[in-house]
Design a protein around this ligand. Sequence first.
Ligand code: UD1
Length: 333
Amino acid sequence: MATLVTGGAGYIGSHTVVALHGAGRDVVILDDFSNASRRAVDAIRSLARSDLPVEEGDAGDSQVLDAVFGRHRIDSVVHFAARKSVAESVADPLGYYRSNLGSVISLAAAAIDRGVPRLVFSSSATVYGSASAPPVTEESPTVPESPYGETKLMGERILADAAAASEMSVISLRYFNPVGAHPSGLIGEDPSGEPANLVPRIMQVAAGRRERLDVYGADYSTVDGTAVRDYVHVMDLAEGHVAALDADIAPAHSRTYNLGTGSGTTVLQILAAASEVLGTPIPHEMAERRPGDIEASWADCTRALDELGWQARRDLAQMLTDHWNFVRQQSSC
Ligand code: UD1
């Protein structure tokens, strides 16, 4: 029996596939490669020392799902495949609702039809918006501030309703800010376009591919005026999925968990840590706030520790070291 991982060639997906394989599970990847590279599959196979099966197709396409479930014996599903740009979702809301929710519905229906007992859904801390002061718990109000965020919250709700009417159990994992890469440097964040996230941009500056980093906002009410986030190592997130598949959740039930470190770091603190770890100054300039950004966000991860036995183990220096290692290896090949 195998775990089907949709979006398994993507950033968090690829690390999760390696972690699942390391935990002794058979894995089948389903990816349409719209925002993931085939190189990632070669790297996963070499890390797993196994010819993991890879199916190419859209996780929202019922015919694709029929074929995949027909070819493999699937006993659990981890659903990553989704579009994930906030800005793009504002420009193309219908495309985001159609794609991100269509895949949730088709996949849940296919899994329930085949009696799959467990589905893990890739959600995001973006579901909280700016409604609550950090740290946020899973009971904090959810007020997404973009169509992308709405698709994550609606995805959770659709799956909870689907679980309640079936024998399947669903776990939604709300990631905070994923950073880092596998320590081998073989897999990591490999965005197809220009990155918008902080750490990939810092790496571009360090690699000489961007002149400087614009720090978006220096007038927030935080220790140094810059915005605070909960950066979490992608390998820790990957291990959270292994824990979620093993968790003791009754059939027809669903549960959400925050995955973060439980502590916040400012943009300037990240810059200082990056210049220390990378051994090079990171030129930066203070700039206007980025529209839509929130001041501060970090997680309360008590529930994940109590119920999944999971907590983040890797620190910021490890995240930045591993991320940089991946970036350097990418640029040398
Ligand atoms: C963004 C997304 C969020 C997504 C998350 C993880 C937005 C509004 N939110 O969150 O939905 O789940 O990424 O991928 O896009 N920063 C700079 N300069 C830069 C880039 C970023 O100062 O060039 C700052 C930002 O203002 C922010 C922090 O760095 O305070 C982190 O930014 P980013 O990595 O984009 O993550 P989020 O904004 O938390």
